[in-house]
Design a protein. Structure first.
Length: 197
């Protein structure tokens, strides 16, 4: 009887260990995706003690690649990069328009497995973009760097295909363009699909 209990316990533990590990397997390893982004972009201008601001809503796409590193049966750490496809408008003021171009980010995504097929995650990202100001007979552009923080959810819809949705708030550091201090910000809502390799 004792031997039967020992054999049963060993068999159960050898079955349970892979099952626990498999719970994060859906979010482990390399993945690639494509997203649709809806953005509310803003820019604040300061010059000679006077300030103005612009705001607009626009959309674009992005591609992403990431790697999920399982920390245990519940937590996964994602490391990835994202590149924008297309420009985002930040509005116009007094005949001067503002655009965000050539956007990309590098990010960390600590995630928590809610079910075997659903992960909720936070995001901390280094963000970069080219800000372009045009109008009043001229134009100026420069690279703006900053950070983004966000939250999201990712869920498997088949063995290898997932959908995701997230919201991210992005703050860029202020820069001087033609003597005007410009500070861009964005709120990004994203939905996408991807493939988990």
């Amino acid at each position: 009887m004792k031997k039967l209990l020992i054999v049963t316990a060993v068999a159960a533990s050898s079955f349970a260990a892979p099952q626990a590990f498999a719970q994060t397997r859906n979010f482990e390893g390399f993945s690639a995706g494509i997203n649709a982004n809806y953005a509310k972009s803003r820019a604040t201008f300061n010059s000679g003690g006077q300030s103005a601001s612009t705001e607009d809503k626009s959309s674009n796409g992005s591609i992403q690649g990431s790697y999920g590193l399982p920390l245990n049966d519940k937590f996964v750490l994602g490391v990835g990069a994202n590149a924008g496809l297309g420009d985002l408008d930040a509005g116009a003021s007094n005949g001067i328009s503002v655009k965000a171009k050539d956007m990309y980010s590098v990010y960390l995504e600590p995630g928590y497995r809610v079910t075997d097929t659903t992960l909720v995650y936070g995001k901390v990202a280094y963000q970069s973009m080219k800000g372009e100001i045009a109008g009043a007979g001229g134009s100026a552009s420069d690279t703006f760097n900053g950070y983004g923080v966000g939250v999201g959810v990712r869920s498997m819809i088949s063995k290898n295909v997932y959908w995701q949705a997230e919201i991210t708030e992005v703050d860029y550091r202020s820069k001087s363009l033609n003597g005007v201090d410009v500070e861009p910000k964005q709120t990004l809502g994203t939905v996408g699909v991807g493939y988990q390799f």
